[in-house]
Design a protein around this ligand. Structure first.
Ligand code: NAD
Length: 503
């Protein structure tokens, strides 16, 4: 595989997947449809995946329901854990190949993907360790009544994932869902379904009972919407756009669907004048351009204290010139393309919006049209200065490599600008003053706040959003909760029940 794709641009062989993974078997889609997956670095199809329609979703949900009612729910937690560990080991061994496939499917840079994907094996190990930890409580009442809770898996979970970091967003959904004892129907993004099908292959090899994990690539408006509406699906866990989440809420009304959402951000990355400027700059530039700006956690609003503002603008401009944009599979590449053409257009349109709003385009903002990159969806690392927080480029999620540099004066204004956003997923701040770090971090409305670092995540640390950035937490022990129901049992120690109608 590696040799075959080393020259990504010259590789014109199509990778073909013909079968959905349902009920432990590889099956043809009932209507025989397929989806071409475009390599965003070349603009050409590189893989073909099967396309599930509504009947396939019905089949997958039925298989997941049977598996839930059958072996999976009854399996002791430590046995589920053993299966998840076997899966984690297989996943670890497959890391080099998965990284290449993901690079081709979504344009992520091979160096970053290798690190991120090998870490995911640890995430799966952590989730495995939770499989026998769903413990209830005893509730003190009085001598006549004994009360306790038991936690039950909620049933079939529909996991709907985006295209920006497909394997990671899948990992933090299916890991806790399976650990909790739920069964899963995974509908990956229509743009990036290849690695989801590879996960099915690994799950099969790991020996999960048939129907515990099902993979059904398809389009959102069709397969995705049907999964949301399905009466036998207990919860949808979704990462993607807020507008899509709202459609899902409508789609889930009839069945009173439960949802877990991870819906993007517009994170403030705050640099105080007393910060270690070099470190802050390393983080702020990386977190503006990493994954070509296509991550909800990134710090796209860079808030800089006034005394160092001009210096930081210059440093950003100089750093942008050093970013090696190129083919994702090239080991030297540090920034790849946008994951699809629509996203490229969206980013370029925001560059025009920013200019129209009066922000100063310091560098970048154009599609890259050098001969080797011209067919792909490459865009320059981009910096806007003179941004105020009311501009659309500061308020809306662009999902491109666009940093908006916003000046501020002092702590109060930093906090006020940081929180003046509908989003609340992540935030970062740089200061050498410990008191300030604590004061500011605890007033920021975000589910994850980084101090003198950025984008540090761990399987054991809960992750998720305040406000419009989402519902529920992924990772950490908290990740189990959405997939469990609490049953309270009350036992009378006397067995006496009075006759209310005796007199
Ligand atoms: P999206 O939200 O439309 O799609 C994400 C997933 O939802 C895909 O699997 C898609 O098939 C599915 N989907 C779409 N419509 C659906 C529906 N009605 N019912 C059920 N499932 C449905 O996101 P997108 O079109 O891939 O990207 C649009 C924008 O979303 C991007 O430009 C970016 O700003 C944002 N985005 C955010 C994240 C994030 O991590 N927060 C990830 C990807 C995209």
């Amino acid at each position: 595989m590696e040799a075959a794709v080393r020259n990504q641009d010259a590789d014109k062989t199509l990778r073909r997947y013909e079968h959905l993974y349902i009920g432990g078997e590889w099956v043809s889609p009932l209507d025989g449809g397929s989806i071409e997956s475009i390599d965003p670095a070349t603009g050409r199809p590189w893989a073909v995946v099967p396309m599930a329609g509504v009947n396939d979703i019905d089949r997958a949900v039925a298989a997941a329901k049977d598996a839930f009612r059958g072996p999976w729910r009854r399996m002791p937690g430590h046995e589920r854990a053993a299966l998840l560990r076997r899966f984690a080991d297989l996943f670890r061994d497959a890391t080099p190949e998965l990284a290449i496939l993901e690079a081709r499917d979504c344009g992520g840079v091979i160096r970053d993907l290798r690190a991120s994907i090998s870490a995911q094996a640890q995430y799966y190990q952590w989730f495995a360790s939770l499989a026998d930890k769903a413990q209830g409580r005893t509730i003190p009442i009085d001598d006549s009544m004994h009360a306790f809770t038991t936690l039950e898996p909620i049933g079939v979970v529909g996991a709907i994932t985006p295209w920006n970091v497909p394997l990671f967003t899948t990992c933090v959904k299916i890991g806790p869902a399976l650990a909790a004892g739920c069964t899963v129907v995974l509908k990956p993004s229509e743009h990036t379904s290849v690695t989801a099908l590879e996960l099915a292959r690994l799950a099969h090899e790991a020996g999960f009972p048939p129907g515990v994990f099902n993979v059904v690539p398809g389009f959102g408006h069709n397969a995705g919407a049907h999964l949301v509406q399905h009466p036998d699906v207990s919860r949808i866990t979704f990462t993607g756009e807020g507008g899509t989440a709202k459609k899902m809420l409508y789609g889930g009304i009839e069945t009173l669907k439960r949802f877990s959402f991870e819906l993007g951000g517009k994170a403030p990355h705050i640099i105080f004048a007393d910060a270690d400027i070099e470190q802050a700059l390393n983080a702020a530039t990386a977190m503006a351009w990493r994954n070509c700006g296509q991550s909800c956690a990134l710090g796209s609003r860079v808030l800089v204290e006034r005394p160092i503002y001009d210096r930081i603008v210059e440093m950003f401009q100089a750093r942008a010139r050093t970013v090696r944009v190129g083919m994702p599979l090239d080991e030297m590449t540090r920034m790849g393309p946008q994951a699809n053409e629509a996203q490229l257009r969206k980013t370029l349109s925001y560059v025009e919006i920013g200019k129209g709003e009066g922000a100063a385009l310091v560098t970048g903002g154009r599609r890259i049209e050098t001969p080797e990159l011209a067919n792909g969806y490459f865009v320059e690392p981009t910096v806007f200065a003179g941004v105020n927080n009311q501009m659309r480029i500061a308020r809306e999620e662009i999902f491109g490599p666009v940093a908006s540099l916003i000046p501020f004066e002092g702590e109060e204004e930093a906090i006020s600008i940081a929180n003046d956003t509908p989003f609340g997923l992540t935030a970062g701040l740089w200061t050498r003053d410990v008191g300030r770090a604590l004061r500011v971090s605890q007033r920021i409305e975000a589910g994850m706040v980084w101090v003198n670092t950025y984008n540090a995540t761990r399987w054991s640390a809960p992750y998720g959003g305040f406000k419009a950035s989402g519902w529920d937490r992924e990772m950490g022990i908290d990740a189990l909760a959405p997939f469990l129901d609490t049953r309270t049992t009350m036992v009378s120690t006397t067995g006496q029940f009075p006759n209310l109608y005796a007199s």
